[in-house]
Design a protein around this ligand. Sequence first.
Ligand code: SF4
Ligand code: SF4
Ligand code: SF4
Length: 421
Amino acid sequence: MKSSLFSLRNIRRLYGGLSLVLFFVLIVITDYRFMKGYEVNIFLKLDPLVAIGTLLSTGTIYRGLFLSLAVVLLTIVFGRFFCSWLCPLGVLNQILSSVKPDPSGQFRYNRFRPLYRLKYYVLAVLVLLGLFKVFQIGLLDPIALLTRTTSTLVVPAVNRATGLVYAKDFMAQGGVALAVVFVLVIFANRIVPRFWCRVLCPLGALLGFFASFSVLRIWRDEQKCTNCLLCLKNCHGGCDPHRDLKFSDCHLCMNCLEDCPEGAIHYGIEKPSSVPQGSVDLSKRRLVETVVFSAFLVPLWKSSASAEKKPSARLIRPPGALPEEDFVRKCIKCGQCMKVCPTNALQPALFEAGFDGLWSPILVPRIGYCEYGCVLCSQVCPTGAIRPIRPEEKIKRPIKIGTAFYDRCRCLPWAMNIDCI
Ligand code: SF4
Ligand code: SF4
Ligand code: SF4
């Protein structure tokens, strides 16, 4: 089919590109100098996996997360549009996948493989852990992953090279582990295009589940199709549009629609002449194995040194943070609070808060202090792990984050009788 400037494929490219740019702009302006009330955490608020995860582990949904309901409803109407039209990590993976290792093998790379079902099991493990109050969705949620990496690694690296982003040089403790995860996600596109999206992404799996009920969908007219396989050439989801299209894996990239020379592929309500479609097709045996695996994982996770059982002197949470047990059940480790902290005091935890709290924010006084009148971290937290507080509340009440001990023999302000800061 001939492609026009206003084709669905080009409109999708425009939306995807704008979404990626908007994502990075919002990360950059998550800063005390530029925020001015902008919804800097809008992508996290639109994320249904974050909403469902907090609902499972806390029994409540934080008010901002109701926005994600719109994504669920739109997915039930249109299909898994989020993945090629809105998701910044998906768009990034797609751009990197378009530099193909072997352009002649595009058909081979884009066929559906049984491995692509793995993401549904990953989602099942995360949901089951959530039911047992172990909240680890933030480790693998794509929006949290990209926000965390961009906030704590990419933007600081750009700042180091240009000096344009931060007022002071930013550092993140344990940045190597964060970098390794991100490099693996990016590098995997060289093995299978959009490896993360097709194989691992739990949000993609959740949206795929909703998309399997969608009203509108891509369908193939068997009477027109000549089996040339051209629809497979640029398929984002690797979902076999030339056979029994797996609609739960279809990213609605619209490429097949325009690549089909016979006009046999359509988007809309299926017609009687359409080829039957495949859906989320999971083996019962694997599901039972997933439940057993999760059941083993829960005590293992809970038996790891947790902050509740063994509080560490280094575990200082940001002002306004919920009590520790509730905090780890709500924090998705997105790193927004670390990005906005003007003194760089908030850092990703390593094991100070147990395995549960990996990459959640802790205040490290050796790196920075909590600014007296600042409440920025409480304003950007998308899940309410840090509840919104006002400067007056922080100062007048005051909100206590820990107890400082100082050595009078070594304290210069004490010896000189001057203010500390
Ligand atoms: S599969 Fe996941 S990372 Fe990929 S586009 Fe969809 S939500 Fe984003
Ligand atoms: S309130 Fe304190 S910890 Fe939070 S952003 Fe401001 S300075 Fe950082
Ligand atoms: S506490 Fe920080 S890392 Fe955790 S969800 Fe809130 S903003 Fe994200």
